[in-house]
Write a protein that binds this ligand. Sequence first.
Ligand code: ZN
Length: 328
Amino acid sequence: MFEDNQNEKVTIQIVPETEEDVFTLKIAKKWIKFAVYFIIISLVLITGILSYYYYQFNAARREIRFLVPYKQKVENLREKNDYLQSKLSKLSNKTEEIKEQFNQIKKENHKIKEMIDFKNKDDLSSKTDAKSRDSSTTASNKLAESQTVAQTAHSVASGVLINATKQNLSSLNKGITQRKKDLSTLKQEVIDYKDYLSSKPKGWPILGHKGRITSGYGYRFHPVEKKRIFHEGIDIGVWYNHKVIATGQAKVVFSGWKSGYGRAVVLDHGYGYRTLYGHNNKLLVRTGEVVKRGEPIALSGNSGRSTGPHVHYEVLVNGHHTNPKQFF
Ligand SMILES: [Zn+2]
């Protein structure tokens, strides 16, 4: 039945209101049907596509609206990150500076130690000194290593920089603890050194630098013995009752009559030093007393085996006589 109508035609006439010709259009019914279907399908398709894009558009707009505040946040974070980066860089530089100053302090510390290294090199104190020097050399190497790391880090990532700075700070922390110990040792050594300096014989044994050397240290013709013998000290010609003084902080280990030396005083200064003052007229100290440098211990005279008023002055180092001249 439908097939029958396929070739039927529809006539469309357009009649203008003027007297022009009537426009007649003859179209087969099947084409009209096709056109109608085509239009319907097209409308459906277009509506579908438009709806889809409208939905997509709305979704995108919602997303953008949602993301806008984040954009600001990201920018803020970026600024903050830049700021922290520069801070980190400054911190790293500061750490390097501190490390440099720290090494300087370490060097000074060792210099001072060497300056006051007045004891024998093979004693216990210098051993511990060497030990601490070794450990600080290791620490110094570690610092140098981390410095190289830190320098490379500047051109790499901030993560590496952070690690390097951490390492530096950790090394510095350890180093500071060691330096504190070193300083404490150094302080004690300075105290010891001060004591050593005030104890070691130094200067002229008569107050006001009175008198002059009349007989030196060494072999000489003895005026009393009348033969060549070794003179174990020096003779300072000085009149009676001049103040004979201690040449360093010491303990009086002898004060009395000593064969040949007359009224004599022997002082023990510690550190292996002893001094002897002979031929005095009067003794001013007793055995066991502690005297300071410059303190009067006797009055000069002519006691014992002597040909005239003078002070016989001896300096002994570890029991051996030495020339007192080198201690003036
Ligand atoms: Zn003498």
